[in-house]
Design a protein around this ligand. Structure first.
Ligand code: 9D3
Length: 252
């Protein structure tokens, strides 16, 4: 996949592909990445790309000219079929389903806003608006970096078998189960016996039960969306009878 990010802070956005899985995606050729400096498309010698809002009010608006030229240049670089995505507080919230859909695209052009927002007249050039969630950021860069991180790890060949477990419909839509490593006894806290038993069917059942329980306690909204199978509902009941008195996060 080819990704272009258009930003006033390209050296900041580049950090996302310097470490971890996004870097590995670059190194193995699954990801091609470029951060494009919007200031290079300013019409003036002053390199300004913003101006005062018509109608008055606080803040500045991103001019349509430089943005439009930067999008055109990005399309020339990675192909005109690339999807143009504006990072925006008005966008649809990011979800794993969206990341999965975007990871199947041949190219993405991510636009990072600063100031109050983009001139409305560039919207015909935008395919999708995406948000990180209902809170206020100072610009779109961190949202674009989050998107690149989440998409890079879904690209074919980037993750080994550690990634395929996620596709497992068995645990889809649930929070993770608890994890333990050595030592088997640490500050009076033992590792649950079942994990040392070597009985892999029993371990899988325990992990699913813990995942269902954790999801019920910490994210009841996710459980409501799920429509649990009989086995899953039974495992959750079992978890709750073993953990009576524990409160969910919301009622703490
Ligand atoms: C006063 C109205 N504000 C809108 C909520 C103005 C405003 C705040 C923050 C306009 C732009 C911004 C900058 N934010 C982003 O560019 C942004 C963002 C965000 O603020 N929250 C969640 N996701 C995103 S993606 C891009």
């Amino acid at each position: 996949m080819k990704v272009e990010v258009i930003s006033l802070f390209p050296e900041f956005v580049e950090q996302v592909v310097k470490v971890g899985i996004p870097r590995k995606a670059l190194d193995c050729g699954a990801l091609q990445f470029n951060a494009r400096d919007l200031r290079n498309y300013s019409d003036g010698a002053d390199r300004r790309v913003d101006d005062r809002p018509y109608g008055g009010g606080p803040g500045m608006v991103m001019e349509p000219g430089p943005l439009s030229d930067a999008i055109a240049a990005a399309k020339t670089a990675i192909g005109s079929s690339a999807k143009v995505i504006a990072m925006s507080p008005q966008g649809i919230p990011m979800t794993q389903a969206l990341m999965k859909a975007l990871s199947a695209e041949p190219g993405l052009i991510l636009i990072c806003g600063r100031y109050e927002g983009l001139d409305e007249r560039v919207t015909p050039q935008i395919d999708l608006e995406v948000s990180l969630g209902d809170f206020v950021l100072s610009g779109g860069e961190l949202a674009a970096m989050v998107l690149v991180d989440a998409v890079a790890r879904l690209l074919p060949g980037v993750l080994g078998h550690e990634g395929s477990a996620e596709a497992d419909s068995f645990s889809a839509g649930l929070l993770d189960h608890p994890h333990y490593t050595r030592p088997p006894l640490w500050r009076d806290a033992p590792v649950p016996d079942v994990l040392l038993s070597g009985d892999h069917a029993k371990i899988a059942r325990w992990r699913l039960k813990q995942a269902l329980g954790a999801t019920f306690l910490k994210r009841p909204d996710l459980i409501e969306k799920l429509d649990l199978s009989r086995t899953h509902a039974e495992l959750l009941r079992e978890f709750l009878s073993e953990h009576s008195g524990e409160k969910n996060q919301a009622s703490k």
